[in-house]
Design a protein around this ligand. Structure first.
Ligand SMILES: *Cc1c(COP(=O)(O)O)cnc(C)c1O
Length: 425
């Protein structure tokens, strides 16, 4: 096998570091946990990324799950071009915002009203604000290993006990800002029950990734989501599903459709923007009506509902809404996962998968939460990552991320990926 060489990317990274902190605009891109230097990309089409050294890679990261149709889908691009020719922002309402909001509502009936924002971070941050405004309570419960964007009060580390004051996972966040956030282990009904017995009436909302994707893919145990629904209802707290990754990915209606659980509020992002900075949050009308201008909860955005992003979202969801789209994708994926299972068996590797996303953990015990995910051998992961990269496969560059498939991945792509995994592990 010929090693791919990347002299231009290496030079570009040096240049970038002069003007951009760490050379990147989002930290995981810098390859810190796997070593080496990031690729600089000049083009992408379908399942393939092309770097500035003209190497081609099959992409399993897909801009962190955005491109369920693959990169540069012709119909999406056509819609984007048409939109931008009419102007790229007005700060005045457009028909497209209502159209996409209606589409979101049809996909997610629990989102009776929808507001568009520019990132998943804004979506969860605003969902929490409206939850607090509605319940007139302050406490938020989140789960260790679940990521909800980089708002101050969501970057909270788990303490050693639920009554301990918990610090932030980031410098620059005053302890006072995290005081109202409690971080509990994922998939642990007892810990939640114990917390709720003492504090349940103070809880504004429980926010969860219904299928966790930001500690690697970790799926909820049997009745875990049903339990979250039940206990929040019992104590008058709201349940927020962060479906920024799972929305429009696990199925058209996201994890809530797959598991048959109805949250009070939902955040979606990634896929809905069709490659542009758009995300949304929504839920019961009586809750969402708390938002300004009708209600007292302030929330706003200069570029929110941006017409180019709306066009990309409308074109993308129109394809996703076609009959059998998800069936085709999951048939393809199920075969892939079955073969992957047979490759990693007895290799001290855990394969966690759901829908069309998966993670390989390099350890010998099942992974149900962040504590267990952290037992993965990061050195082995880094080796695996570079082995894959040199075989022309771009895996998400951290152990604690999901890998994604798209409609654009062909049978021969999947064969190449499986062969590369067999050699790389
Ligand atoms: C990516 C992500 C976010 C944050 O979205 P940004 O657009 O990066 O701000 C929030 N929640 C989940 C589950 C995510 O995967």
């Amino acid at each position: 096998m010929k090693e791919l060489i990347r002299p231009k990317s290496i030079e570009a990274f040096k240049q970038a570091q002069q003007f951009i902190p760490g050379g990147v605009n989002s930290p995981v891109r810098a390859f810190k946990s796997v070593g080496g230097t990031p690729l600089f990309i000049k083009r992408a089409k379908g399942s393939t990324l092309i770097d500035i050294d003209d190497n081609a890679y099959i992409d399993l990261c897909l801009s962190w799950g955005v491109f369920i149709l693959g990169h540069s889908h012709p119909l999406v691009n056509q819609a984007i071009h048409a939109a931008v020719d009419n102007g790229s922002s007005y700060g005045i309402p457009t028909l497209q915002e209502t159209q996409l909001a209606e589409t979101v509502h049809h996909a997610f009936p629990s989102m009776e009203k929808v507001r568009f924002v520019n990132s998943g971070t804004e979506a969860t941050m605003s969902a929490i604000r409206v939850a607090r405004g509605f319940t007139k309570r302050d406490t938020i419960v989140k789960f260790e290993g679940c990521y909800h964007g980089h708002a101050d009060h969501l970057l909270v580390a788990a303490g050693s006990g639920v009554t301990n004051i918990q610090g932030s996972t980031s410098a620059g966040v005053p302890i006072d800002f995290t005081r109202h956030t409690v971080c509990l282990p994922y998939n642990d009904k007892e810990a939640l029950n114990k917390y709720f017995i003492e504090n349940g009436r103070k809880v504004a909302a429980v926010i969860v990734e219904p299928v966790a994707c930001n500690m690697g893919v970790v799926i909820p145990k049997n009745d875990y989501l049903a339990y979250l629904r039940q206990i929040t209802e019992e104590y008058g707290a709201l349940l927020i599903f962060d479906e920024v990754i799972t929305g429009f990915r696990l199925s058209y209606g996201g994890a809530q459709e797959v598991y048959g659980i109805t949250p009070d509020l939902t955040a979606i992002g990634k896929i809905i923007g069709g490659g542009f900075p758009a995300a949304a949050f929504g839920g019961k009308a009586e809750i969402m009506n708390m938002l300004a201008p009708d209600g007292p909860v302030y929330q706003a955005g200069t570029l929110s509902g941006n017409p180019v992003a709306m066009a990309a979202g409308i074109a993308t969801t129109a394809i996703l809404a076609q009959e059998h789209f998800y069936e085709h994708l999951s048939t393809k994926f199920d075969t892939f996962i079955d073969e992957l299972k047979s490759i990693v068996i007895n290799k001290d590797i855990q394969l966690n998968s759901k829908g069309n996303m998966y993670t390989l953990f390099f350890n010998n015990a099942p992974v149900h939460n962040f504590e267990e995910a952290k037992h993965s051998d990061q050195k082995r992961f880094a080796l695996y990552f570079h082995n894959m990269l040199n075989r022309g496969i771009y895996v998400s560059p951290s152990q604690f991320e999901g890998n994604f498939l798209s409609e654009a991945h062909s049978e021969s792509d999947l064969e190449r990926i499986l062969k590369a995994i067999k050699e790389s592990i």
